[in-house]
Ligand binder design. Structure first.
Ligand SMILES: Cc1cc2nc3c(=O)[nH]c(=O)nc-3n(C[C@H](O)[C@H](O)[C@H](O)COP(=O)(O)OP(=O)(O)OC[C@H]3O[C@@H](n4cnc5c(N)ncnc54)[C@H](O)[C@@H]3O)c2cc1C
Length: 414
């Protein structure tokens, strides 16, 4: 940031340009993407295989390719196979991945949530056992927090773990567990003591998903996807060396992981969707007139552009704060709530603009698939803690407002 003086008035000017070193980082990533994205990807052949097994194999391959190129977990410390990338480099990485609409990371929960939490709180044995296989996608992870009666208020969960010699025996049910049907391991939050406050007596266990006592049942979603699951635990077991953190003090781990979860902005993929829509409006016509020339469409596009630029600037401010403190803070909730609501509005508008073509659910020739994205966007508003919960966090922890007395203890807001 630099300061100028004009007509006796001092003006602060933010400098958003990147340094030469940061631009070299971008160039290195661009070259790597050109050489390593799946064949045809950069020419627009971006269809993922429709068969579940083939899609999983494709995404595992992509995860391995990223890991081989050291581009899987760039924010991880170098000692654990990451690049120790700065927050600005992480921003550039997100921009570039969004620009090419890169395939998703199949181990998204492992890379962004479980890995960093294990590195921060795991034992040396746990780290050397699990961390390398997370980056390569060799072992996929899921996050076992929510239960039918415990979502926003996760501290009220009831899945029980009881000690039996050197083992923990687990009984209960989780729900909405993303990718559990593909997962090899779960970071599972359990109740091990019910005698105190509800956020006390929780223990986080690392649980093998392939054992007989774990059953997953995918939930069929409105967009025809089956990406999250009910997970039933019937005498499932894990060993005592696979407790993450301290017994009965799992709340600390819950909070650590949630901070990483709230730091995952998606503003760059939203911006790319906007740019795709803009392109569509420039090339498509209605009644002989290009869409972009219709005043009601131009106005909406301009409004979205302004909202996206404002969201990015707000994200930069949050990144600056994180650079100062060294940890993701409650400001991540601002990025989440702004992005999630922007995504819903943008995709709603995109569906309107596209008109009847969006109803061609299968085998349609829609220029871009916004219907499934639109239907999925409501889930994003809920997934890492709902927009309401993010607002609670902003109110209480960013703005310092008094705590909502009616609000119960929540992993998302406490
Ligand atoms: C796409 C998707 C993926 C998910 N993936 C996972 C996963 O991998 N692992 C996992 O454990 N969970 C996952 N979840 C579950 C998610 O964390 C919960 O759905 C979420 O925390 C909300 O909980 P709930 O559904 O029980 O709703 P509830 O907590 O019952 O909330 C119902 C309504 O009440 C509002 N509300 C509740 N408490 C308050 C409050 N204190 N103040 C104001 N309003 C409030 C909420 O905003 C909401 O509108 C996923 C959910 C989705 C949609």
């Amino acid at each position: 940031m630099s300061s100028t003086r004009e007509g006796g008035q001092s003006t602060e000017i933010m400098d958003f340009s990147y340094t030469d070193a940061q631009e070299s980082f971008r160039d290195e990533l661009r070259v790597w993407l050109e050489e390593n994205l799946p064949d045809g990807w950069l020419d627009g052949e971006r269809e993922l295989p429709s068969d579940d097994d083939e899609r999983l194999a494709f995404l595992r391959d992509w995860q391995r390719t990223l890991a081989d190129g050291d581009w899987a977990g760039i924010h991880w410390p170098e000692a654990y196979g990451g690049r120790g990338a700065s927050l600005v480099e992480q921003t550039i990485y997100r921009e570039e991945m969004a620009r090419v609409n890169a395939p998703p990371q199949v181990n998204v929960i492992g890379i962004n949530l479980v890995g960093p939490t294990l590195i921060e709180a795991g034992t040396e044995e746990q780290k050397s056992r699990f961390v390398p296989n997370i980056l390569s996608g060799e072992e996929i992870w899921c996050q076992g927090y929510s239960e039918p009666e415990a979502g926003s208020d996760v501290a009220s969960l009831t899945t029980r773990a009881e000690r039996n010699g050197d083992e923990w025996v687990i009984n209960g049910q989780k729900i909405w567990t993303s990718y559990a049907h593909n997962a090899d391991w779960c970071l599972l939050v359990t109740r091990t003591d019910s005698s105190g406050e509800k956020h006390e007596g929780l223990t986080v266990l690392l649980v093998d998903m392939s054992q007989e006592g774990v059953e997953t049942d995918p939930i069929h979603q409105a967009n025809d996807d089956r990406s999250f699951n009910q997970v039933y635990l019937n005498d499932a077991t894990t060993t005592s060396d696979l407790v993450l953190g301290e017994v009965d003090e799992g709340w600390d781990i819950v909070m650590t992981l949630s901070a990483y979860e709230h730091a995952m902005t998606s503003i760059y993929t939203i911006e790319q969707r906007y740019l795709d829509l803009l392109e569509y409006c420039k090339t498509e016509t209605r009644g002989g007139t290009p869409l972009i020339e219709k005043p009601e469409i131009r106005q909406q596009l301009a409004d979205f552009d302004a909202r996206i630029q404002a969201a990015k600037v707000s994200h930069y401010r949050n990144v600056s704060k994180q650079i100062e403190t060294g940890r993701p803070g409650p400001e991540g909730s601002m990025d989440l709530v702004v992005s999630d609501e922007l995504r819903i509005d943008l995709l709603n508008f995109a569906v309107d603009v596209q008109g009847p073509a969006t109803s061609l659910w299968e085998n349609g020739d829609a220029a871009f698939d916004e219907t499934t994205g639109y239907l999925r966007s409501y889930g994003s508003w809920i997934a890492a803690g709902t927009g309401d919960i993010q607002r609670n966090i902003i109110g209480e922890r960013v703005l310092g407002l008094p705590k909502d007395k009616k609000s119960k203890m929540s992993h998302r807001s406490e």
